[in-house]
Write a protein of this length. Structure first.
Length: 171
């Protein structure tokens, strides 16, 4: 089982790192499946960013956040949009892939939903999996991965080396 995770320090840094990884792997001929997150600042520069995911390798881009109003403080994730992304990734994964990249093992995955089954499916297909992770969901992820996940530094070269080692592809 080849599963790894990375955690960057700055807000949105893991998203940017995984975007770069997917672009670099695709440019080198590696068939990527999964999602990378693209955050868009609102036009009025007030409030939280919009959260979109690019379904790899070539779209569509799906909005996974919902506007709850300026006073809202709760989770803005749109569960229906997330499940739409999950369904599209699952279908593409079965069409053929060399790696699965998941922008985040988040609250939904920690609770047994979201990309959890797609990650398990990829692992059962002997595909390497890289996920973005934050400290809050780390215990749930470690339990899910049964302690077999490898932590990778939040550096593009480290992620590329790991993919080369476990996927047997030259990157």
């Amino acid at each position: 089982m080849n599963i790894a995770y990375t955690m960057a320090q700055g807000r949105g840094d893991t998203d940017l790192l995984l975007q770069r990884l997917a672009r670099e792997l695709s440019a080198r001929g590696v068939r990527c499946s999964g999602t990378v997150q693209i955050n868009t600042e609102p036009d009025d520069c007030v409030g939280p960013c919009d959260m979109d995911v690019l379904v790899l390798p070539d779209g569509p881009i799906l909005r996974i956040s919902q506007d709850l109003g300026p006073s809202a403080r709760g989770c803005r994730l749109d569960p229906a949009a997330l499940e739409q992304a999950v369904a599209q990734v699952g279908a593409r994964l079965r069409e053929g892939a060399d790696i699965l990249i998941v922008n985040k093992f988040g609250k939904h995955e920690a609770e047994g939903r979201g990309f959890r089954e797609v990650i398990a499916e990829a692992l059962s297909m002997d595909l390497p999996v890289i996920v973005g992770l934050n400290a809050m969901n780390r215990p749930a992820f470690e339990s899910f991965a049964s302690g077999l996940a490898v932590e990778l530094p939040a550096e593009l070269e480290a992620l590329l080396r790991w993919v080369e080692e476990v996927a047997g592809v030259r990157v």
